[in-house]
Design a protein around this ligand. Structure first.
Ligand SMILES: NC(=O)c1ccc[n+]([C@@H]2O[C@H](COP(=O)([O-])OP(=O)(O)OC[C@H]3O[C@@H](n4cnc5c(N)ncnc54)[C@H](O)[C@@H]3O)[C@@H](O)[C@H]2O)c1
Length: 327
């Protein structure tokens, strides 16, 4: 495995680029001087506006479109002349639970459409977001952090759809020689994390920035991953010359909920005792082992929890003050 030093100039095509991870991927690429095209159904750039300057925002090519529409995905990839693809567009756990049919259309059919459109455009490598939600409960596995090769036992429609995505990627490798890396994040936190089942720690950070109380509706132990770190890992994966269809865990900081709350209180002491949580853990394993990802990439970006939480609270304070975000 080597770094894919581009023979032609890089151009990244990012589905779901208006979302949380997408915004951070875009920021990292623009700051390297790499052109990006965002393909997204939404139109609000509110997450991008939190973390980009106006000139950076103006440099992005936006293509509005729906992952459920194969022709639209195909036309967008072809017109963008993309050299690299990062596929992030998806509906999150609560949306898939509320409307499983739409969840399947966006997350399952949408991912098939992405691979099919890429195949027709001659793109040979895809990086896409899977999730720790492909696994079951901690008690279904041996003690410790879960290994990439552990049996998949998803407990949500969303997790089942992510498992299907991993299968789709494997078949496009077997049938068409399209290589892929699926990454399985756990809980992302940081500016832009405003929806999804595990967005409440970040919502607590926003409340703290406004010196308000907040109740996190779950507890337990799990992985916390700073948005900027995860974005960098997605970009690195997109640049690998790679044979096969790998799926890899991301670990981040594996912590108990009181440690997250302590980090928030350290970042804003005025909320000491005001950030509370429900002790019931999520239906997920208590942390994911990322040794396969480290073997492939070497050193990984891994911002310490306290540093990432402080950076998030500080950015939220600034954004609240200048009206870029509201509680
Ligand atoms: N955030 C996390 O903690 C986390 C954890 C594990 C996996 N993931 C996965 O990472 C990816 C990105 O997550 P995120 O937090 O940035 O999500 P997000 O919800 O912030 O962003 C998803 C983006 O996809 C877009 N989208 C939804 N339906 C679409 C459609 N039909 N066509 C085109 N665009 C559509 C949305 O408009 C949004 O901008 C997703 O696949 C998610 O399942 C996220």
């Amino acid at each position: 495995m080597t770094d894919n030093s581009p023979r032609t100039p890089e151009h990244f095509f990012i589905t779901g680029g208006l979302g949380c991870i997408g915004a951070w991927v875009v920021r990292n690429l623009l700051r390297e001087g790499i052109p990006v095209t965002i393909f997204d159904l939404a139109s609000s750039p509110h997450r991008l506006k939190l973390i980009l300057t106006e000139p950076e925002l103006a440099a992005i090519q936006f293509l509005s479109g729906d992952m459920r529409d194969l022709q639209a995905v195909k036309a967008a990839i072809q017109s963008s002349q993309a050299t690299h693809i990062i596929h992030l567009a998806a509906l999150q756990v609560p949306s898939c639970k509320a409307d499983p049919s739409q969840g399947a259309l966006v997350n399952v059919v949408g991912t098939v459409n992405l691979f099919e459109a890429a195949r027709q455009a001659g793109i040979q490598h895809i990086v896409y977001a899977s999730s720790v939600a492909v696994y079951g409960l901690s008690e279904e596995y041996p003690e410790g952090e879960i290994d990439d090769q552990a049996a998949l036992k998803p407990r949500t429609h969303y997790g089942v759809y992510k498992q299907a995505n991993e299968g789709t990627a494997r078949i496009y490798w077997l049938d068409n020689g399209i290589s892929s890396i699926g990454l399985r994040p756990y809980t992302l936190y940081g500016p832009g994390r405003d929806q999804g089942m595990t967005s409440s720690p970040t919502k607590a950070m926003l409340a703290a920035a406004a010196q308000q109380a907040y109740h996190i509706p779950y507890g337990g132990r799990g992985g916390m991953q700073y948005t900027d770190d995860v974005a960098k890992i997605f970009i690195q994966a997109a640049r690998l010359v790679f044979q096969g269809a790998e799926v890899l865990n991301i670990r981040g900081s594996v912590v108990d909920m009181p440690e997250i709350i302590a980090a928030i209180e350290a970042a804003e002491p005025a909320v000491k005792g005001k950030i509370t949580f429900d002790p019931k853990p999520l239906a997920l394993p208590a942390g994911a082992d990322d040794s396969a990802l480290r073997r492939l990439f070497g050193k990984l970006p891994n911002t310490p929890l306290n540093t990432g939480v402080k950076a998030t609270v500080d950015l939220f304070k600034q954004a609240l003050a200048d009206g870029r975000i509201a509680l």
